[in-house]
Design a protein around this ligand. Structure first.
Ligand code: NAD
Length: 350
């Protein structure tokens, strides 16, 4: 680590999430971090970010940035397609890495990333910022304390009614690997698995539909998207089973004729109690009564900032990553299997 023991950080990809979450997150711990450089294949984006955010180093190539800047750590904030190559390059350069979610597109990429992190002896962790929410943290504490009992069933929801992004590359299967499942479903699925202790996946049955996103937009609250180049699913439903016998039902959409405009949630049921993450609720039987309990108060804070601050702590050797490469492999196995099952029209091993 360089001057005054500050962590020298670089950014790979300087678009929406880099500017909206990572840079403010690092700025919030600026006593521990020097944000020294950013790299973006789009030079104008890198220059704009550097100018607006006061970052001295600007690069078009992350390879060049990694070679020249003697970085301790990087955030990988590119479209999903480039997560694995950028992570591997950063690890090779001796950097600790915070990679945005999803970890990768395929399970094999995630395995390669896991092997590389282990060989390099560097931290590799992921942008699953919902893990830092007070609700998910509370659910995890209830589960760890045994208050839920044995968790064996649940529902994972990440739905939008008219929520196709009109910006970025979220509707491009080649660059993202898919639509709502790999973009927003992955957040709630990770949160559910985190609370369940990341059980070993067994098999999945998945169904996807593209029925509305590839049609000319009607009402588009997030702006009209390019429907002619819409190559991802609108909707995905899946049944995920685990080797411990547990099962999760997953429902995710960018666009569907459903009641809520948006819902991100997880409901888990165990032998002692059930839990809903948002708003945090516990369902159980007590003193001959069926009761619902809700948190009266939970701490606030920005989940992205907490995630970045936690990463910095891990780099400084003051904490252990909450999100690990081994978990990344499991979630990518599930996602890959859901898409494979949907394509094959039958259940597949995860
Ligand atoms: N945690 C969250 O809530 C959250 C929210 C939004 C996006 N994300 C994730 O962040 C990632 C980026 O999303 P975004 O919204 O910032 O997209 P974006 O399109 O706004 O930004 C991505 C940037 O990466 C650059 N880029 C592309 N290929 C590159 C390469 N090979 N090397 C360097 N730069 C490259 C692009 O030019 C672009 O500026 C995605 O993986 C997405 O899933 C996470």
């Amino acid at each position: 680590m360089a001057d005054q023991g500050k962590v020298r950080v670089g950014l790979i990809g300087a678009g929406g999430i880099a500017n909206g979450a990572h840079i403010p997150g690092y700025r919030a711990v600026s006593d521990q971090v020097d944000l020294v450089a950013c790299a973006d294949v789009n030079r104008a984006t890198a220059e704009r970010t550097a100018r607006q955010q006061g970052i001295p180093g600007v690069y078009e190539s992350y390879e060049e940035m990694l070679q020249k800047e003697r970085l301790d750590a990087v955030s990988v904030c590119t479209p999903n397609r480039f997560h694995a190559p950028a992570v591997l390059a950063a690890l090779r350069a001796g950097c600790h890495v915070l990679c945005e979610k999803p970890p990768a597109i395929t399970a094999e990429e995630a395995r390669e990333m896991e092997r590389a992190a282990s060989a390099a002896g560097r931290i590799l962790t992921f942008g699953f910022m919902f893990r830092f929410s007070p609700e998910v943290q509370a659910a995890r504490r209830y589960a760890d304390a045994g208050a839920l009992g044995d968790v064996y069933t649940g529902r994972v929801t990440a739905v939008r009614r008219r929520g196709i992004p009109s910006w970025g590359v979220f509707t491009n299967k080649e660059l993202q690997g898919g639509g709502p499942l790999i973009d927003i479903g992955v957040h709630m699925l990770d949160a559910a698995l985190y609370v369940m202790g990341y059980p070993e996946p067994a098999s999945v049955t998945g169904v996807t539909h593209t029925r509305l996103g590839n049609q000319e937009p009607g009402i588009a609250p997030w702006g009209p998207w390019n429907y002619r180049e819409y190559t991802v699913e609108d909707v995905c439903n899946a049944l995920i089973t685990f080797r411990n016998g547990a099962a999760l039902l997953l429902e995710t959409s960018f666009i569907a004729n459903i009641e809520p405009m948006e819902e991100m949630n997880v409901r888990l049921s165990g032998t002692r109690a059930g839990v809903k993450f948002f708003p945090f609720s516990i369902f159980r039987e007590e003193h001959g009564t069926i009761v619902n309990e809700q948190a009266a108060w939970q701490p606030g804070g920005n989940n992205h900032h907490k995630e970045v601050a936690h990463f910095v702590k891990c780099v400084r050797g003051e904490a252990e990553p909450v999100s690990t490469p081994a978990e990344a492999v499991k979630i990518q196995r599930i996602i890959e299997a859901i898409y494979a099952s949907a394509a094959a029209g039958r259940s597949v091993e995860a």
